[in-house]
Ligand binder design. Structure first.
Ligand code: DON
Length: 497
């Protein structure tokens, strides 16, 4: 009786950070291993006001959290030795793995655009310079050496030892700020998840510095006040409610969400049923609320398109929902020389221009400004849903700010609209993030007739190519059978052993 896995390999990486939700059957609890990147101690708002939301290079990198995060998860929940846990990664890097067509296309496009990043081009190009084909092996000997050090000497190799020296040398070569003491001082945290209830289910999402758990529970609470199943998912009424719930939760995200060590995030209020009733009462069933009527002072910024999510359930019923990222595809594009791994460009997740205001530009609120040692706000939303004390759904996705709405769609598809997990993952998605005041609706999410009805209520639409890559597992509460659904939008697989 094995577990089920759904995963993708996009850009979760030792040079980045993320959030891991763990349901441990023995503890009968869900906890969050939070390993978000942190601003270096030398970071100032002045330095970072020169960056924008798509910046690359050494300066855009936050202190990576993944290795400490994985070590903390291992220390708390692990049953294998650390060395045997890291060994398969060493082997994959040393012997290579066959790449699929999606990764081949991605690498070929990326390598062409790597003018200023020769180390990244060297590491990820084929030795003869020809384009990658699906099925060819990507071998990474320097990464293998780095991972071997981590396997043999533990996370300190990365934060205090030889790898830390390589990261600091890389910073000095390109004007980056991460220092030895930043690395030595980095800590991952165990945090209590954001918890909510939804139509008899319990929902666990990541707490600040992610906005995911708060926004997800806030939207579910608002939607719970309506009979969604009766309104139908694709109808003008149903879609209107989703968009209005999204708009309000993303407005609150912009106002309140940030690193709890630096800003007071009113989690209890935002996730309360009472607050949801107030929010729901403000929704006009016949008219779209104008986002700029909700608040004029905030800005939004574009986010990147690559993150990795995996969902796992083991034979004992333990569950892991993990999302981790370098921020943009290939992060900062900086490969640490000699160490073979990419650094994140997560500093661009801060509000980089304090106080700046722009309806379709950036957010400038105090809740998420750059400060030394501060964690930047995330939208990552690895989620575990339970019923009667047992896990029923493990889900999450990449996609920057769209992540929270992708997860909202999957949870409601299963609970309100009776879809199987396969149907819930396949179903076209919806996204509204308060500003810009436009709804992104995947092809087929609504008919052209419904779109026209909604446009007459004041909604505006855009059609994205795809939204997210939400590898999910449903555990049938009646039979205990696990159904794993790998999202077909990017890449990844379901597996059982
Ligand atoms: O933590 C965050 O919110 C973002 N840096 C996630 C970026 C992302 O998902 C890009 N990928 N598709």
């Amino acid at each position: 009786q094995g577990g089920s896995v759904a995963s993708s390999y996009a850009t979760g990486n030792i040079g980045g950070g993320g959030f891991m939700m763990v349901h441990d059957v023995c503890r009968r609890d869900v906890v969050c291993v939070e390993y978000r990147e942190t601003a270096p101690c030398a970071a100032t708002r002045e330095i970072y006001s020169k960056l924008n939301g798509t910046s690359r290079g050494q300066l855009s990198a936050g202190v990576p959290g993944t290795v400490r995060g994985m070590a903390l998860a291992h220390q708390q929940f692990g049953r294998l030795t650390w060395q045997s846990l890291v060994a398969p990664a060493v082997q994959l890097a040393a012997e290579g793995f066959p790449i699929d067509s999606s990764l081949a296309t991605s690498l070929n496009g990326w390598i062409k655009r790597l003018g200023d990043f020769p180390e990244a081009r060297r590491v990820y190009s084929k030795s003869d310079g020809s384009p990658w084909q699906a099925g060819e092996r990507l071998v990474q000997p320097e990464l293998a050496k780095t991972l071997r050090l981590i396997a043999d000497c533990g996370p300190d190799a990365f934060y205090c030892g030889a790898i830390a020296d390589q990261i600091v040398a890389e910073m000095q070569a390109g004007g980056g700020l991460i220092s030895k003491s930043d690395l030595a001082g980095y800590q991952a945290h165990l945090r209590w998840p954001v918890h909510g209830t939804y139509r008899g289910y319990e929902v666990f999402g990541p707490p600040p510095p992610s906005s995911g758990g708060i926004a997800l529970v806030e939207m579910l609470n608002v939607l719970e006040t309506f009979d969604l199943a009766k309104k139908k998912r694709e109808s003008a009424e149903g879609t209107h409610l989703f968009v209005e719930a999204m708009r309000r939760a993303y407005f609150d995200r912009a106002r309140f969400a940030g690193d709890p060590a630096f800003t007071d995030v009113p989690v209890a209020r935002l996730t309360s049923k009472e607050y949801a009733r107030e929010q729901a009462a403000g929704i006009d069933p016949h008219k779209a609320t104008r986002s700029d009527e909700l608040g004029r002072e905030l800005l939004t910024k574009a986010e990147g398109e690559s993150t990795t999510h995996f969902s796992v359930v083991d034979s004992a019923g333990n569950a892991v929902s993990n999302t981790y990222t370098l921020q943009d595809s290939y992060g900062s594009r900086v490969v640490v020389r000699g160490a073979g791994f990419l650094l994140n460009n997560e500093m661009t997740d801060f509000n980089l221009q304090p106080g700046a205001t722009d309806r379709d530009g950036r957010i400038g609120t105090p809740a998420n400004l750059v400060d030394p040692g501060r964690r930047m706000l995330s939208s990552q939303t690895p989620t575990i849903v339970m019923q009667g004390g047992r896990v029923v759904l493990v889900t999450g996705s990449p996609g920057g700010r769209t992540i929270i709405n992708t997860v909202l769609g999957i949870v409601t598809n299963v609970i309100d609209f009776g879809m199987t997990v396969r149907e819930a993952v396949d179903a076209p998605r919806l996204h509204h993030q308060w500003l810009p005041d436009i709804t992104k609706s995947e092809t087929g999410r609504i008919s052209s007739d419904v779109r026209q009805q909604l446009e007459s209520r004041g909604h505006r639409f855009d059609e994205p190519k795809k939204q997210g890559d939400a590898h999910s597992i449903w555990i049938d509460p009646a039979t205990g059978v696990r159904h794993a659904a790998a999202d077909k939008r990017i890449s990844g697989h379901a597996a059982a052993e």
